[in-house]
Design a protein around this ligand. Structure first.
Ligand SMILES: [Zn+2]
Length: 83
């Protein structure tokens, strides 16, 4: 499969890293690569934006009862608060 971005991670690899990125679990060097790729790849920015909005929605709902697994909620809150 040809790479779309010679010096940047291909979209397929990036997509697998986006959730880790949003969870704050992606190593700093990979964050840098990902952000560089996002700067030149509108498709991936749409994906990240959609995922990010989902995280925000979950956060907005955190004051109301939601059936979110405790560990997932903890990770989301940790990410959103920067703790
Ligand atoms: Zn991409």
């Amino acid at each position: 499969m040809p790479k779309l971005h010679a010096n940047l991670p291909p979209c397929y690899d990036l997509a697998r890293q986006l959730s880790a990125y949003l969870d704050g679990e992606l190593p700093a060097d990979l964050c840098h690569d990902l952000e560089a790729h996002l700067g030149g790849c509108p498709d991936c920015r749409v994906v990240l934006d959609t995922l990010g909005r989902t995280v925000q929605i979950v956060h907005a709902l955190s004051d109301t009862p939601v059936s979110l697994p405790a560990d997932v909620e903890a990770r989301l809150l940790s990410r959103l608060t920067g703790a």
